[in-house]
Ligand binder design. Sequence first.
Ligand code: SF4
Length: 509
Amino acid sequence: MTQRLYQGVENEIDATTAILAETKGKSCCGEAASRRARSTDKLREECGVVAIHGHPSAARQAYLGLYALQHRGQESAGIATADGQRLANIKGMGLVSEIFTDDVLAKLPGTMAIGHTRYSTTGDSALLNAQPIRVDSTKGLIAIAHNGNLVNLGNLRASLERDGAYFQTTSDSEIIVQLIAHSGSSTLVDAIADSLSKIDGAFSIVMMTRDRVFAARDPRGFRPLSMGRIKNPGAPDTVVFASETCAFDLLRAEYIRDVLPGELVMVTEDGVTSRQYSSGVPQTSCIFEHVYFARPDSRIFGRWVQESRDQMGRQLARESGVAADVVVPVPDSGVTAALGYAEEARIPFRFGLIRNHYVGRTFIEPEQRVRDFGVRLKLNPVHNLLEGKRVILIDDSIIRGTTSRKIVRMVRGAGAKEVHLRISCPPTISPCFYGVDTPSKRELIAANNSIEEIRRYIEADSLAYLSLDGLLGAVQDQGRTGHCTACYTGDYPTQWVDVEDILPATVNI
Ligand code: SF4
């Protein structure tokens, strides 16, 4: 049987083995995942959240916010609204623009809204576990949308069921609502603070009742969540929350600040109040948000993503420069780092690979025949830019290595004389348990092979990764933000990890 343990806390194994049946294979928002994205060769962010308080078209504002956050999840989306009396909720499978037509938005009245977009499993459970989740509790109607992944559920679900909780989903996000419903605290805000302090892991949450909006981050601040406002002449400001600040731009909202790790913010018609429900825990914000997930036009954890990626590229050029004729990004996520690399190395930057933006969702389909076509469907080389050239390819990660090998072959097949692959972060050697869908250690090529072995496998002339120090330097902000780097180090900031997922492969490539 698989067990969970924390570095060195082995005496907790027996007491916690039972947890696994509930929490094994969790993906973002806690659904028992079927290792689905583990069929892809790219890490996936799984959720984006948005909240609106005090706007006459709250549903439409939430829609626009989700539209800007679509890159954080493309399988399902939902919006819940409240008008002081009722709490409506509509969810669907597909892209935000496909689900929320004008007719659908018209069914979501009210001046408050929360929204969620999600990369989820395929199968029957996907819509059931789409968010927001609405629960009719002893504390009234509550809707919740959650980005992240809880890790210490323990027997919370079982004990809540013994206390009479009736779960409508298999999502651990619903456990948060049930904890609130069963809290002994007399006020709702106390019950929320009490419940959040009982759970561990990654969560950036927005919640709504009939007349209030709440936003909170876990004490370590794994996932981003920012607060902004839309100024309404002659009327109170609209308060907005979003996973990334790029959503504020579409809403014409002004960024105010990040929700702090361990902070619970409440918005009512009387204004904004806040409390620290937890303090003293070191911040470990996800460094991979800067490497890959977040949009470069977002400011997360107090720093522009574009600036971080540019610095990653520059540092990569300083650490592992090589003579070449052209720097080519693997689009889209490699572009900003490649620009930094090219500028630092004084080598021309060229779009030598063109991405077809209209095939993205195809890759979520599980059929093997689609996957085999994936890279060629998605990318095409620009032959006249590559022919006879020594090419430096810049990408943000190598997961299994299969996609990287296809891209290297594609560039060489277009006539490149040499192909040098540079990766704008350190080797990914350990899975994530905090809301990012990663393969187990057995499937991570860098966990089981040397860099030279990977180079041979992907058939590149040379291969280099950014060092961990180089990455930390690229995202530094005078020491204000601490980062989680567990997928590069195996050093997890929380107690609970899945031991089966962190076992290395026994057979190398
Ligand atoms: S393990 Fe990696 S992807 Fe997961 S939170 Fe930590 S840095 Fe981010």
